[in-house]
Structures are given as structure tokens and as C-alpha cells.
Design a protein around this ligand. Structure first.
Ligand code: TRP
Length: 336
């Protein structure tokens, strides 16, 4: 019996010059796996990135670089639908509808909004940061999504999306699939190399703890060799007492496919220097083809443009049908 494929949707912001190892191992690697068995839609969410002021030239470049990296890492436009959010106007159309069914109170309770607006102060917080979750709900609901692969930090937004879908369905009749968060577990959570108790993140104080996918082999080798470790000498996985070594073991394991215990055996009796050298080699050899492929894709603008055109067309087809239905049940009159 063949079961209908499940619809999957996720998004990533084009806000850095390169994805980092945490993005890859924590998110994109799952996207690549999920494109095999599901009907997956993956979206570079450029509209979301506008909640922080962006330099137009940089944004353009980063959006294309994001797409190129996703392809280089293994997303296959024949298997999934890869597109840029702003190229599918249905996202804005449904976002407004979502804003009109979201309570001010429930939007005010979103912790990401609270954290970011508190940090920047009211006068430096744009309204788009407040309505960000409703745009995200639109991203998800437009595609009648079953599963939303996200990190734990986005769970609340997916829960809000579920509430909005349920509310809309009960008022206007079944219009949306109620999506489930698919929380990408910390099976391979990657930490900052300099501060192995915080998540690898581009907002870290220093770039020295961050492995960028597009950095040169020399830079990444140096970063791994200067990763913080403890004063012991054993290569063992122990997140409490040996956070740095544990993080390097996780990185090696995620990229080489060897289990942690296999690695512990392999490096029994060897020193930190040898181990770091081996981690650096796995990282560099994994990223080399990704970097080369990304640059190759970026040098052929026509190819990238045609991938995006195809993605936007496939996405629009599904998204426009949802908007059409939603407009109709709301009582909006279709254009003659
Ligand atoms: N808010 C998500 C993040 O910052 C990105 C995102 C936007 C997203 N729209 C989405 C994720 C829809 C999943 C589904 O990581």
C-alpha cells in the first residue's frame, strides 16, 4: 500500500554570509533526509529577515548564497520545492488574514518577541517583529503542512500556528491542516567552540567559535585546533565535565557517521592534539565540496534563477489555492 506523502515545510533566514555548522547539522541535514519520503517545501524567508534592517545589496547576495548552499548541501529541486518567500505573494496575503485572527494578547506572549523587543526597546522595535509569527503561520498553513521541522526555539510559533488553524477551521469550516511541530532533537546539537555551553550561533560574541560552511579550510582548521577543551587528557563524551571535547565528538560523529563510542575507542590513548587534527580533517573534507559547489552555483546565475522560478511556480500553485479558498470563506469577492 502506498500512503500519501506527508507535507513538510520549513524556512531559514538569509541573514548571514554563510550558514554555519550548527545550521547544517541541526537543521538542513534533517531537511535533506526529509525530502526523500515527504512532499517537502523549503523556503528562504527573506521577508522575515526584514524585521531587522538589511542592506539591500547584502540581502540580495545572502538570499542567493543561501539557496546555493542548500543545493550544494543536498537539497534536490527534483525531490523538494525550494523557493524564496517574497517570490510567492500568497505569503503576504495569508499573513494579513492571520493577523486578523490573532489576539493582541496571545501575540504579546510570544517569548521571541518579548526577548527581542525588551533587548532593543520599544522605539527600536518594528511592528513586523510583533507580527512575525503570523507571517510564519501563513508560511506553514498555505501548504496544508503536516510537519514543521524546527528547533526548540520555534516551538511556540508552531503552537500558535496550530491554534490559529484550529480557530479558523472552527469559524469558517475546515480550511487548513493543523500542523505538528517536528522538533529536531538535540541528537546533534552543536555548541560554540569557544564557549561549549552555548549553542553555535551567529549572534555569538566572537566568530572564533563558529564554523562557517563557506570559510576556507585554513580558517576552519585553525578554529577547531583552538577550540576550548578541559585540562584532562581523555577523549570521552561527558557534557558536564568535558563540554568542549564532547562537542568535538558530536561534530566528528555528525559528519563522519561514526558513533560516539566508536570514536572514543578510536582515540583511546591519543592526545587532544591528534583528536583535534582528525576533527579538523573531517570538517574540512566535508565542507570542501560544499564550498566548491556553492561557488560554482553562484557563478551560474541563470541556473540558480531557473531553479528558483520552478520552485516559486510549484509553491504558488499550492499557496494560491489556499488563499483562494480562504478569501472565499471569509466573504471576499473574487476579482471578475
Ligand atoms: N522563524 C524561523 C526561524 O527563525 C524561520 C521560519 C520562517 C520558519 N517561517 C517558517 C520555520 C516556517 C519553519 C516554518 O528559524
Amino acid at each position: 500500500m502506498t500512503e500519501a506523502k506527508k507535507r513538510v515545510l520549513s524556512g531559514i533566514q538569509p541573514t548571514s554570509d554563510s550558514f554555519h555548522l550548527g545550521n547544517y547539522v541541526g537543521a538542513v541535514k534533517n531537511w535533506i533526509t526529509m525530502q526523500e519520503e515527504n512532499d517537502a517545501f523549503y523556503c528562504v524567508v527573506d521577508l522575515h529577515s526584514l524585521t531587522v534592517e538589511q542592506d539591500p545589496t547584502l540581502l540580495r547576495k545572502r538570499t542567493l548564497t543561501s539557496v546555493a548552499q542548500l543545493l550544494a548541501l543536498g537539497l534536490d529541486p527534483e525531490k523538494c520545492t525550494l523557493f524564496v518567500q517574497s517570490q510567492v505573494p500568497a505569503h503576504n496575503q495569508l499573513a494579513w488574514i492571520m493577523e486578523c485572527v490573532t489576539g493582541f494578547g496571545e501575540a504579546s506572549r510570544m517569548t521571541q518577541f518579548k526577548d527581542k523587543s525588551q533587548k532593543n526597546g520599544n522605539d527600536r522595535t518594528v511592528v513586523g517583529l510583533f507580527t512575525y509569527p503570523m507571517l510564519m503561520a501563513a508560511d506553514i498553513l498555505l501548504y496544508q503542512t503536516n510537519f514543521v521541522p524546527v528547533g526548540e526555539d520555534q516551538r511556540q510559533h508552531v503552537e500558535l500556528t496550530r491554534d490559529l488553524a484550529t480557530r479558523f477551521n472552527s469559524k469558517y469550516g475546515k480550511s487548513f491542516v493543523v500542523p505538528e511541530p517536528y522538533i529536531m532533537k538535540a541528537t546533534a546539537k552543536i555548541y560554540d567552540l569557544q564557549d561549549p555551553t552555548s549553542k553555535m550561533s551567529k549572534s555569538a560574541d566572537s566568530a572564533s567559535g563558529l564554523i562557517d560552511l563557506l570559510d576556507t579550510p585554513e580558517v576552519n582548521t585553525k578554529k577547531i585546533k583552538s577550540a576550548v577543551t578541559d585540562t584532562g587528557r581523555e577523549i570521552l563524551f561527558d557534557e558536564t565535565n568535558k563540554a568542549g571535547i564532547s562537542n568535538l565528538l558530536t561534530i566528528h560523529s555528525a559528519l563522519s557517521g561514526k558513533s560516539i563510542s566508536e570514536l572514543e575507542n578510536e582515540f583511546a590513548g591519543k592526545g587532544y592534539g591528534d583528536f583535534k587534527g582528525a576533527v579538523a580533517e573531517v570538517v574540512v573534507e566535508t565542507l570542501r565540496p560544499v564550498r566548491d559547489k556553492t561557488n560554482e552555483l553562484l557563478s551560474d546565475g541563470n541556473h540558480l534563477a531557473s531553479v528558483l522560478k520552478q520552485g516559486a511556480e510549484k509553491a504558488s500553485e499550492v499557496a494560491d489555492a489556499t488563499v483562494k479558498h480562504v478569501y472565499e470563506v471569509l466573504g471576499l469577492i473574487p476579482r471578475a
